[in-house]
Write a new protein. Structure first.
Length: 248
């Protein structure tokens, strides 16, 4: 099956593609017709993530579900899957080590390094994917979080997007991302076990069970670092256990 084709098909069928966007929620999300509002940004999908564990030497597909784009430009092609890949390639600087993008790469190295030696923050992005629980961008000053209405409206899209992306591991970053699973996916995605602080659960998607890990968003500095440092070894063990079971 063609993962990129499935993801593009999902965006197109739900009218939330970067190019050809025609979402029925637009007037609700942007009632004042703010000219700074930018329509949907598609997922970033690393090339080794696209290949999957069976083809890339056993590295599982790791998907991050975060908040909203925060700040984005008007270029439609730049917000497509290929545009997102090009942006990541052209902007290798991950930013400060306490900020979201660096911490995302850091967690990817910590979780995936047991499957491929030599992975670093600079090389790991090929092995993960990243999408958002609110697809559009309000371009608020100071990169502030989008209004609640955007997250609420986008929840209906999350189950289908996850099914198309077919992750082995899902990491939600921040409360709105967690609510996209707990509320938007309620009665759509079956959950096995309870998500507790420092813990994990499993979700049943169309391709099988997925390990779900929830973290504080890195912008919540103190909470994020305390939670992460106290839980990462447990998460690593569970990831290793999951992939061992799949090989047996």
């Amino acid at each position: 099956m063609n993962l990129i084709g499935d993801v593009n098909r999902f965006y197109q069928e739900n009218k939330i593609s970067a190019v050809g966007f025609n979402c029925g929620h637009l007037s609700s999300c942007n009632p004042q017709n703010n000219q700074g509002f930018v329509k949907a940004t598609e997922a970033y999908i690393g090339r080794e993530y696209e290949r999957g564990a069976a083809s890339n030497g056993g590295v599982p597909r790791l998907l991050f579900l975060s908040l909203d784009p925060g700040q984005e430009n008007q270029d439609e092609s730049g917000r497509s899957i290929e545009g997102q890949r090009k942006y990541v390639k052209d902007h290798p600087d991950l930013g400060p080590k306490n900020r979201h993008w660096f911490r995302t790469h850091k967690m990817a190295v910590d979780l995936l390094g047991q499957f491929k030696s030599g992975l670093t923050e600079e090389t790991v992005n090929s092995y993960f994917a990243h999408t958002r629980s609110a697809k559009c961008c309000m371009n608020k000053s100071g990169n502030r979080q989008a209004d609640w209405q955007l997250f609420k409206n986008c929840r209906e899209f999350i189950p289908g997007e996850l099914n198309a992306l077919r992750p082995d591991i899902l990491v939600t970053q921040g409360d709105m991302a967690m609510e996209a699973i707990e509320k938007g996916a309620n009665n759509v995605i079956e959950r096995i076990g309870e998500q507790k602080e420092g813990g994990f659960a499993y979700l049943k998607l169309s391709h099988g069970s997925v390990l779900w890990i929830h973290t504080y968003h890195p912008s919540s500095y103190g909470n994020h670092f305390s939670h992460y440092n106290g839980s990462i070894e447990k998460w690593k063990r569970e990831v290793g256990k999951l992939m061992k079971q799949r090989r047996e």
